[in-house]
Ligand binder design. Structure first.
Ligand code: SF4
Length: 399
């Protein structure tokens, strides 16, 4: 039985192909850590050390804490740590880490807001109590306030989230489910995010109803992952931080031809795409020219027919017939008027007579496995899967 984690679920949602490389094929890569992840780990370690010392009645000074951070940074740093943004150096990132820790320290010293119960503590979550949907995670800091409420603290070293997105954040809400079952007598739990780069604290909580909805959504997502067969790649901004980029089918050709100028020149794929782009550009230009010419001529023929009061205009070997038909214009899709029209047709019992089966919507439901397996299975008798391939030409972003 697979035990899931928030990052495992998130990886699947962001790119099923990356999920496959990481969790199914367990592909090992040379450089697995980006400088952002390295910085995150060192900052987490420093804050863990701060609270661990406090648990042992030792108040660490800011200078001691920064020394600890720098030592951990130096001892763990290797040339394998990947700096994606080439305009910055490792030193810049170390300065950032120092600032995050120092801001945090000054904001919360002498750290008496709450009592630490657990640090970097594993939490296990059983979504339906059957053991079939299990997740695990690590809580950065679990604390208890003087009035007996619990706090789940999470340190973020990345970008700032909008407050409304925190209310739908899955990670800490899942941890809340775990804490609730581990400490059944807890009265209230607050979820607290520390956005260290912005010296900002934000919080939220969840009702029992919201937690139940989250359980159901997460179980449905796990069902989707377990039924997945294709693991389609979703290339996007996160590719630059993906450790599998050199072997991913979306990028491996670029890596191959960039190996040397000779490889680039000799590659027939490069030549084909260059030619294809050139021909498509010419085709586009010619199409645009033809389109304009066609519109201009059609307008002129219509004007001629109207002026001469005729329906057919003769050329040397061709003729053009002008016909006029009335066309009904309906409200556009997804407008209030369109909804009212559909409602009216329904009232008169006429909707079924004019409604058409939306096969692309059915295809989408089948491919996303949105319906029960027996419904999908029954439909499969009438549906065959054909693979079609299309070419999408686009400019390469500056690397
Ligand atoms: S490089 Fe991009 S598309 Fe390829 S696996 Fe990684 S995230 Fe997915």
């Amino acid at each position: 039985m697979t035990v899931y984690s928030h990052s495992r679920l998130k990886t699947f949602e962001q790119c099923p192909q990356r999920f496959k490389y990481h969790y199914i094929d367990k592909v090992e890569t040379e450089s697995e850590e980006t400088v952002e992840a390295f910085l995150g780990s060192r900052v987490h370690e420093a804050l863990e050390q701060l609270y661990r010392d406090l648990q042992h009645q030792k108040v660490t000074s800011l200078e001691e804490l920064l020394t600890y951070l720098r030592t951990q940074w130096t001892e763990n740093w290797t040339s394998e740590v990947q700096i994606v943004r080439k305009e910055y150096t490792a030193e810049n990132y170390l300065r950032m880490a120092e600032k995050y820790v120092a801001d945090y320290y000054r904001r919360y010293a002498p750290f008496s807001q709450s009592k630490t119960i657990a640090l970097e503590s594993p939490i296990s979550i059983d979504l339906d109590g059957s053991g079939q949907y299990r997740l695990t995670g690590f809580i950065d800091r679990l604390a208890e306030t003087s009035d007996g409420c619990y706090e789940i603290h999470d340190y973020k070293t990345g970008r700032l989230s909008a407050p409304q997105t925190l209310h739908s954040d899955r990670q800490l809400a899942l941890y809340m489910i775990g804490v609730k079952s581990q400490y059944p007598d807890v009265r209230h739990i607050t979820l607290i995010w520390h956005f260290l780069a912005f010296d900002k604290e934000m919080d939220s909580t969840r009702t029992d109803v919201e937690l139940q909805a989250l359980r159901e959504q997460t179980m449905a997502l796990i069902d989707r992952i377990e039924a997945e067969e294709r693991y389609v790649a979703q290339p996007g901004a996160l590719c630059d931080w993906c450790e599998f980029k050199p072997l991913c089918r979306q990028w491996s050709h670029l890596y191959k031809v960039n190996e040397s100028p000779a490889a680039y020149k000799a590659d027939s794929g490069v030549q084909l795409v260059n030619k294809y782009a050139e021909v498509r550009a010419k085709q586009k230009e010619a199409d645009a020219e033809f389109d304009n010419e066609v519109v201009r001529l059609e307008e002129a023929i219509l004007a001629y027919a109207a002026k001469e009061n005729i329906d057919v205009v003769f050329g040397s070997t061709n003729k053009v017939r002008v016909t006029a038909t009335d066309r009904f214009v309906f409200p556009a899709k997804r407008t209030k008027e369109r909804a009212a029209l559909e409602k009216l047709l329904q009232q008169y019992g006429k909707l079924a007579e004019v409604a058409q089966l939306d096969t692309s919507a059915v295809g989408k439901c089948l491919s996303e496995k949105r319906w029960d397996p027996d419904v999908c299975e029954a439909l499969r008798r009438y549906v065959t899967v054909e693979q079609s391939k299309r070419l999408h030409l686009s400019k390469i972003k500056e690397q």
